[in-house]
Design a protein around this ligand. Sequence first.
Ligand SMILES: Cc1cc2nc3c(=O)[nH]c(=O)nc-3n(C[C@H](O)[C@H](O)[C@H](O)COP(=O)(O)O)c2cc1C
Length: 178
Amino acid sequence: MTKSMDIEKKTLQDMKVNEVKGDDYKEVVLHYYDKTSRKVYYTDIETHFPSDKKIISVTDLDGYIIQVNEVFVHMSGFSRKELIGMPHSILRHPDMPRIAFKGLWDALNKDGHWHGYVKNLRKDGGFYWVSASVFALHRHGKVVGYTSSRGPAPRDQVIACTKLYKELLDKEMRNRVS
Ligand SMILES: Cc1cc2nc3c(=O)[nH]c(=O)nc-3n(C[C@H](O)[C@H](O)[C@H](O)COP(=O)(O)O)c2cc1C
């Protein structure tokens, strides 16, 4: 793992609109926690998670990506160069409710770890589900960053989360003050 948590930070606005495969896609503007927004294109094309692989990443305290493994690069469709320095929300899928990530950050701040199921957006607009565990990284007794390991999500969890996240997202949309 990296010794340094120093990276050149980028913003999602540095990233061009993602490039989708084919003509059958939807378009949406995502609003992020830091008040920035970005248009993304997305499709119904799922990339299945290889059963014998793990996606690993390391971030700084604000969730900016410092390190990724080869499986991360392969599953996300972004190059390593594009990913390093980007906020992790580069993978945020429009079907994910905000409350799921509030739960992640609240648990990290309180307990130092979180586990959940996440639908992630690929660069090509497709998606992949993961079973994710996130942990705080400590150095000299202080939290210096976070790491996450993800494996394939069981199908029954994907079905349950698809339904739950849609209900939560619909509720968030209804309550949105524009
Ligand atoms: C180590 C770590 C891994 C994360 N992995 C993901 C991920 O795979 N997909 C994702 O959408 N957000 C992930 N997040 C959460 C993002 O930082 C972010 O909170 C989320 O995408 C929602 O964006 P927003 O907070 O700007 O609303 C991760 C955060 C940390 C600290």
